[in-house]
Design a protein around this ligand. Structure first.
Ligand code: 4NP
Length: 158
C-alpha cells in the first residue's frame, strides 16, 4: 500500500480538491486498492466541515464529487504514516517540517510533481473568485499526473 496525504491550510479548498482529483485518476487506473488517499489542513478552523461550495462546484464541473469529504487537522502521526505528504504551498510545507522537527524526504511541495509549470505553489483561492478555483484545478491536475507516474515507478520496482 502507498499512502498519500494532501495538505493545505484549511482542508476545505485545495487539499480536498487534490484528494478527489487524485482518487479519480487512481480509480480510473484500477489502482484504488493499492493507493490510499487522504487530505488534512495545517490549521483546525474547519474541522468536520464539508469542502467550500466553490471547490465543490469546480470539481462537479470536472465530473468529480467531493461534497462528502470532511475537514480535519494534520497530526504528527500522519507524518509517520503517509509515504507522500504533499503540501500546497511553502507555508504548509514549513508547518509540516516544524511538526516533525525538520525536513523529510516524504514531505514535499505537491507541484514538485508538475513538469510543465514553473509555479511551485498552489495559490490559496479562499478570498478570490471562481477563476481562482479553476486555476487551482489545472495546477492540481498537472501535478496529479506526475505523482501517479512516480508511484507507478515505485510499484513496478521489485
Ligand atoms: P485551503 O483554503 O487552505 O485551500 O483549504 C483556505 C480555507 C480556509 C481559510 C484559508 C484558506 N481560512 O482562513 O479559513
Amino acid at each position: 500500500m502507498i499512502r498519500v496525504l494532501f495538505v493545505c491550510l484549511g482542508n476545505i479548498c485545495r487539499s480536498p480538491m487534490a484528494e478527489g482529483l487524485f482518487r479519480e485518476l487512481v480509480t480510473r487506473k484500477g489502482l484504488h486498492e493499492v493507493i490510499d488517499i487522504d487530505s488534512a489542513g495545517t490549521h483546525g478552523y474547519h474541522i468536520g466541515q464539508a469542502p467550500d461550495e466553490r471547490a465543490c462546484r469546480t470539481m462537479v464541473g470536472h465530473g468529480i464529487d467531493i461534497a462528502g469529504l470532511a475537514g480535519r487537522q494534520v497530526t504528527p502521526a500522519d507524518l509517520r504514516h503517509f509515504d507522500y505528504v504533499l503540501a500546497m504551498d511553502r507555508d504548509n510545507l514549513a508547518h509540516l517540517e516544524a511538526l516533525c522537527g525538520g525536513p523529510r524526504p516524504s514531505i514535499r511541495l505537491f507541484l514538485d510533481f508538475a513538469r510543465d509549470t514553473q509555479t511551485r505553489e498552489v495559490p490559496d483561492p479562499y478570498y478570490g473568485g471562481p477563476e481562482g478555483f479553476e486555476r487551482v484545478y489545472a495546477l492540481l491536475e498537472e501535478a496529479a499526473q506526475g505523482l501517479l507516474e512516480d508511484i507507478e515507478g515505485r510499484l513496478s520496482r521489485p
